[in-house]
Design a protein around this ligand. Sequence first.
Ligand SMILES: [Zn+2]
Length: 501
Amino acid sequence: MALIVYNTLTRKKEPFEPVTPGRVGIYLCGPTVYKPSHIGHAVGPIIFDAIKRYLVHCGYKVTWVVNITDVDDKLIVEAAKQNTTTMKLAEKVTRDYLAAMATLHVDGIDIMPKASEHIADIIAIIQRLVDRGAAYPSNGDVYFDVTKDADYGKLSNRRLDDQEGQRDLQSGEKRNPGDFALWKAAKHEEPEEVKFDSPWGKGRPGWHIECSAMAMRYLGETFDIHGGGLDLVFPHHENEVAQSESATDKPFAKYWLHNGLTRFNTKKVAKSDADPEMQAALVKMTLHNLLAVYPGELIRFFVLSTHYRRPIEYSEAEIESKRKGLDTFYRLFERVERLCGQTPYIDAPPPKASAGAEIQSRILLSAREQHAAAFTQSMDDDFNTAGAIAALFELATAINRFIEEQKLESGGGDAGKQDAHWATAHLVGLGRLIGLFLEPPSKRIAADDGVADKAMKVLIQVRQHLRKKKDFESADLIRNLLSEQKITLEDRPDGTLWRAE
Ligand SMILES: [Zn+2]
């Protein structure tokens, strides 16, 4: 099946055919850097990072642009509140944002243009619009005239007269209530650093035109995918389309992909023994706090476990349930490493239908092909990462079943162990197509001969001794006390394993 995507513009799924064969340009609206990001700001980058990885796997040369909005009303207000400059505040928030992206393995962004560095591009487009009669200056402001754009409203599916009653008339200088600012005249009380020279006097650009200018600068006047949260469809993206197409007479973005919004459910908190400080950090839920508590891979896995167009329900309970899911994979990887003496975190090429020769077992081979095909089918269907992850679970189950049926843990054959290793390496390879399993989880403590491991082995022996004496109460006490410290014990035929989170 070829790749199909849901296009907000046409309100249907369409075959994906890039403007230039073999190449894909993606523009994702990035953060306005005036306050710390929360998980909602990470959703778009995580999704589009997975989308880029998959498109690259499909053979496309992808350029992905995420802008930084560092010229904005909110930034001016917040900088004044904090008694700092907009530049300093923007730099600090941008730095934190980039650190969070790195932790989440959002590695694929090619260009991160800043609005403040593209004022000339922005002015050039506004000038084109003024010259064409699509925009008009008014007392140092410049407005886009929505009545001059015959298909205004096509993205958000709104009619112009639907909106007029809803628009505020703050300036009183617009021709039509729905007109929006492309350029805002500098106000006396604003700091000098946000006042840029223009043919209409000193001022600064409106938010919408910033994105149009940066998208066209790096991806051309017509490009493939424009992304963002559903809340941006109107007015931000509608206005981007209107001003861009009115300036160029060409289609702007071919496919508009919008991700569902994050719903915060603070009441649904998991029963846990987390300390109060940790709870408080979760309620604040800045990305920084979240990543101090949870590994980046877990947050990524959590986001990708829902298809991008659906809303994400955020709660501690949801994250904890995803942690259990992710642990299923980690346990399999450990099991296979123990059996085969080789980590499955190797650079195995992602499996293709024809490249399965290294797996001898026909049952395991066909399971791998079936679930790899299901993975691809899900991703080809509008980047359904939830379906792709379901296929990874199926493959993990099949490998675990194979290990048990072949009795690999109580001896078994070397061929079977090699098969399990290859199938698992391919599972890792599939996960990597959406940015999972890139490296072994960092917070686990490896079972080495360190002090922690020696102490744990003593505890495990004491617990076994208690169980032999049928003192199950004391044995369970050890397990429960460890569990409170986020250390889990796993009883296996070949002994008891421990794991710290
Ligand atoms: Zn934007």
